[in-house]
Design a protein around this ligand. Sequence first.
Ligand code: SAM
Length: 277
Amino acid sequence: MAQESDNLPPLREIIAEHGLAAQKQLGQNFLLDLNLTGRIARTAGDLSQTTVIEVGPGPGGLTRAILAAGVKHMVAVERDPRCIKALNSYLCPAYSTQLEIIEGDALKQDFASLAPAPRRIMSNLPYNIATPLLIGWLKNVQDFEGFTLMFQKEVADRIVAKPRTKAYGRLSIMCQWLCEVRLEFNIDKRAFTPPPKVQSTVVTLNTRPEPLAPATWDSMEKVVAAAFGQRRKMLRQSLKSLKLNPAEVGLLPTARAEELSVQDFAKLARLFEAQKS
Ligand code: SAM
């Protein structure tokens, strides 16, 4: 394990001193290896002009790596009051001008109001709420320059999946429509305290200046949900409930959802919008 390079107490000491036994219901799997937290922080590139919002700083492993990497400003949202107390005792005094800690539920936060743009969200996410959090951010994606996030590997694989693969589905399309996505690296479960049941992967999502193809969020979501709700069915069947005929936008009615590109889904979403109005 790397030496603490920021002259702050070792994370294990913080955990022992504040009695931060991991709570399963809060998805607490702490990363204490500073080589790894440093690597995640570096993945985001130059942060000197960026505000980072972190979900779930826990005892502060990733938080201090991001601060040590020279972030302009950082806001961390944590639900566990024990962690808030620990962070206030050792990390806030060391970075008093850069770091702000907020006690609260990330699922209820208005993230854009927390800090000025450009904003990047970085987190070793609590896996039980990782997908709803990501979907919430994507709905307001222009508020963020991007995201550096750790997911369980299976979710990361879905985010970057290409058409005609098993992992390709709703999450792949909504993410790739709005962001350039990249798998960074895997992290073995043994690196966490306590180890989770699953492997983990760091993913970068950088917000596209414009979505890959025009469509509204609601129409895109409806069309993609209908098509993948009956994944093995042909489009003419799966899109019946939305009264959509794929042939009208040049798509084969006999094709299946997993064969369509993001642009194809946007065509269907625009057809859906046109039929509604
Ligand atoms: N960042 C730390 C690390 O890498 O060691 C902790 C990561 S741990 C996987 C997830 C963190 O999210 C925990 O500190 C947990 O208390 C916090 N958390 C869980 N649910 C939350 C919520 N709804 N809002 C804010 N934080 C939450």
